[in-house]
Design a protein around this ligand. Structure first.
Ligand code: DX5
Length: 248
């Protein structure tokens, strides 16, 4: 793929791999934020304790929606020290891994349904100095992620069909967390971080916590919750911390 403007030049390898923030973590999804005040929205959530944000990148091809791309990450990066997670809901994600890493992503997640060569793409993401994530959409069985367990730092179990915020949580998807945790144990590999995304609010987050989720992507319930991003984040984060105690 050409790079006429040299946009991607020198944006490759980064030596650092910032660690995933402490768990359990609520991860505000910027898809639901007010883009006119994006920096303020991030700051309000950080004021309440958020240290991990997700950018939902959509190409209008892999999913029937178009959101935003590298330029938004480029703008946001210097404005925050938080962990930035690029969830690539795009076809042929390998074409943009270097660009997202160069723009400052700390974690890049590709979809099982979109990657032509998951191992290659996950290794590329690591080589670029980022944590690597592997996502499975609701119709995709957990078995599609078993081989990725040996390399993925995070597995994203989508609890809605990718493409839009504000959808209804799909509880049946949660069984994949247990299946993949067992698969990791059978293979003798340390389990990845398990992330859920879609329809996450105080009720569904508690259900996901009991299923073994550790990272909770939440858009509407944070940025459109009562009192705005700060109080909404605080409520959700305390829910997932309390729920963790149930795990015993
Ligand atoms: C779906 C998106 C959404 C978003 C969160 O493709 O990935 O899940 O992050 O949306 P809410 O929290 O509004 O369901």
């Amino acid at each position: 793929m050409g790079d006429p403007g040299g946009y991607f030049a020198g944006r490759g390898d980064r030596a650092d791999r910032r660690p995933v923030p402490p768990l359990p973590a609520v991860v505000p999804s910027l898809l639901a934020a007010d883009f006119v005040r994006l920096g303020e929205e991030v700051a309000a959530a950080e004021e309440a304790g958020a240290r991990w944000f997700q950018l939902d990148v959509m190409d209008g091809h892999f999913v029937p929606n178009l959101s935003f791309g590298v330029p938004v990450l480029e703008s946001l990066r210097p404005a925050t020290d938080s962990f930035l997670d690029a969830h690539l809901m795009i076809t042929a994600p390998h074409t943009l891994l270097e660009a997202f890493a160069g723009a400052g992503a700390d974690l890049i997640t590709i979809h099982a349904e979109a990657s032509e060569d998951p191992r290659r793409d996950l290794e590329t993401i690591r080589g670029l100095g980022c944590q690597c994530g592997f996502a499975v959409s609701p119709p995709t069985p957990a078995s599609a992620a078993v081989d990725a367990l040996e390399i993925a730092d995070l597995v994203l179990v989508m609890t809605v069909n990718p493409g839009f915020g504000g959808q209804r949580f799909m509880p049946k998807t949660l069984a994949k967390i247990g299946e993949l945790r067992e698969a990791a144990s059978r293979r003798g590999v340390s389990p990845p971080v398990f992330q859920v995304d879609g329809g996450i609010d105080s009720d569904t987050a508690a259900v996901a916590a009991r299923a073994g989720a550790q990272s909770y992507v939440a858009g509407s319930s944070v940025f459109r919750g009562a009192g705005g991003a700060g109080p909404s984040f605080r409520r959700l984060q305390s829910t997932v911390e309390e729920a963790r105690h149930w795990e015993g």
